[in-house]
Design a protein around this ligand. Structure first.
Ligand SMILES: Nc1ncnc2c1ncn2[C@@H]1O[C@H](COP(=O)(O)OP(=O)(O)OP(=O)(O)O)[C@@H](O)[C@H]1O
Ligand SMILES: [Mg+2]
Length: 487
């Protein structure tokens, strides 16, 4: 399509803001993170909301390219059922590791059995019998794996032994603090996995992967039991990966988790996992531009890119439209897509045949975008701190984008409800952690910059900071003014 005919109004949308609903595979951007995951270096993929976890899961599971893979979505997972299956023989933080390893082993079995070349394997019937005996079919739902009261074991499936004693069956729902459950489940998991490895070798399967997504769905409060179950899954996957590696098996297991939830987890090997086995999804202005241009290209066929969609008039302060938009995001794909979708509607309202974005289109879109950003922050912050609204209201009451610590202390104390136990310093630290605000950092030669967590993570939180600035994306929602009114 040539530049002169091409019109902004011919684009319907820049895509859905959630990868589940988006045609993301039509314009998927193959980033370094994707490359690293495909090489099997990391098993834990961390990212804030809207950074592209589900997009990557869809890439790996729906576009197979010789891989045999499955997405395991924990949306609607019966966490309360799982919470009852406690391994009292393990340390508190490892109480769910054995049950997760069993669940993953069952999922791998089901995936292996669905592979087209498995009919060649003489060991596959054992797996098949085990699944049919316990779940009535060979592809049980993730949510049903821990539902049976008792797991049936037989000669035709598995009969693992503990210290020479064969187990006839495993009771999943036990009363009292039985210390055997973990041992029994582990023995069964080992037997299943040994069989899986044989089947994989016999059927010459070269690649298999499971991707665990949406661990945070429906999370309104990150309580201790939920945290322990999430830690359990991570530890279970790590152990299985180590065992798979030892046996030279091509199974890859990857967990996708919101970084704010990871930050709140505490367990002894966390550092080790952070150092070498996890990967953070990060974007910058260039990669975000590539992401948007891939969409423009897929939707219009035009190779003009972003500059084909805008008039070239600079915004206030000689800022480009792109920079003006990015300054209102947390450099996450969802934020940019959301802003542009709103701007598109605004432009079409101005002129149904709008050819290019004008500065007014961008400015007029900020109100709606700002409300979106607030609701994304609700999803992120509330599980950690349900009263964060009180802190944002304090910022609104101050009414300027920048403020000092005394102003915040005064306004926050006025609004703090009795149940909210977070004092004003902690409140500021929380707001900083989610980049709702940045603090003033003085540089050597009398200059000053605003340190925000999302752009300058190395700066870290400064508990002695005295000047703060609210993120521009919240300016409209919180009704803030640029500068102090002249006295
Ligand atoms: N690599 C990519 N290529 C193209 N589009 C992407 C890519 N990564 C993310 N996106 C797009 O960004 C938006 C947000 O991504 P996604 O829904 O995957 O985020 P998420 O991390 O799963 O968020 P949440 O934690 O809320 O589930 C979607 O529209 C998605 O299609
Ligand atoms: Mg997602």
């Amino acid at each position: 399509m040539s530049g002169s005919i091409f019109k902004l109004s011919s684009i319907e949308t820049f895509g859905d803001v959630a990868a589940e609903e988006d045609l993301v595979l039509d314009y998927f951007l193959f980033t370094n993170a994707v490359e690293s995951i495909s090489k099997g270096k990391s098993f834990l993929v961390l990212g804030r909301k809207g950074t592209g976890k589900t997009a990557i899961v869809r890439h790996f599971t729906e576009r197979s390219q010789g891989r045999f893979s499955k997405a395991l979505n924990l949306r609607g997972y019966p966490w309360n059922v799982h919470a009852q299956i406690v391994d009292h023989g393990a340390s508190d933080i490892e109480a769910y590791v054995a049950s997760w390893k069993y669940i993953v082993a069952v999922e791998i079995s089901a995936l292996v059995l669905s592979h087209p070349s498995v009919s060649l394997s003489i060991d596959a019937p054992l797996l098949r019998t085990f699944l049919i005996d316990n779940y009535g079919g060979t592809s049980p739902q993730l949510s049903d794996i821990l539902r049976p009261k008792k797991l049936k074991l037989s000669k035709a499936s598995f009969q693992p032994a503990i210290m020479g004693n064969q187990i006839g069956g495993i009771e999943l729902s036990r009363t009292g603090k039985d210390h055997q459950l973990g041992l029994e489940l582990s023995a069964l998991t080992n037997a299943i996995m040994a069989c899986v490895q044989k089947v994989i070798r016999e059927a010459k399967i070269s690649s298999l992967s499971l991707h665990f997504d949406e661990l945070d769905q429906g999370l309104s409060r990150l309580d201790e039991s939920r945290t322990k179950m999430l830690v359990g899954l991570i530890l279970a996957v790590r152990e299985l990966r180590i065992e798979n590696k030892k046996s030279g098996s091509p199974i890859d297991l990857i967990v996708y988790l919101r970084s704010d939830i990871w930050e709140d987890m505490q367990f002894s090997d966390k550092n080790k996992i952070s150092q070498g086995l996890s990967l953070s999804l990060e974007w910058n202005p260039e990669s975000l531009l590539q992401l948007i241009e891939a969409r423009i290209h897929a939707k219009t066929g035009s190779t003009l890119g972003w500059h084909g969609l805008i008039d070239e008039v600079l915004m206030r302060g000689s800022q480009s439209k792109w920079n003006h938009i990015l300054a209102r995001t947390f450099l996450r794909p969802r934020d940019v897509i959301r802003f542009l979708n709103t701007a598109l509607i605004t432009a079409k309202k101005r002129d149904t045949n709008a050819e290019k974005f004008t500065n007014k289109d961008i400015v007029k879109s900020r109100d709606e975008y700002s409300s979106y950003l607030k609701s994304e922050l609700d999803d992120e912050i509330r599980p950690h701190w349900p009263y964060w609204d009180e802190a944002l209201q304090a910022c609104s009451a101050i009414s300027t984008l920048t403020f000092d610590v005394e102003q915040f202390e005064r306004e926050y104390k006025r609004r703090k409800s009795p149940k909210n136990e977070t004092d004003f310093r902690e409140a500021l630290a929380y707001l900083y952690r989610f980049s709702v605000l940045g603090y003033e950092k003085r540089s050597g030669y009398g200059g000053r910059t605003w340190a925000f967590q999302y752009t300058d993570p190395e700066a870290g939180w400064d508990n002695a900071a005295t000047q703060f600035k609210v993120h521009l994306g919240l300016k409209e929602y919180a009704k803030l003014r640029e500068e102090r009114q002249p006295y």
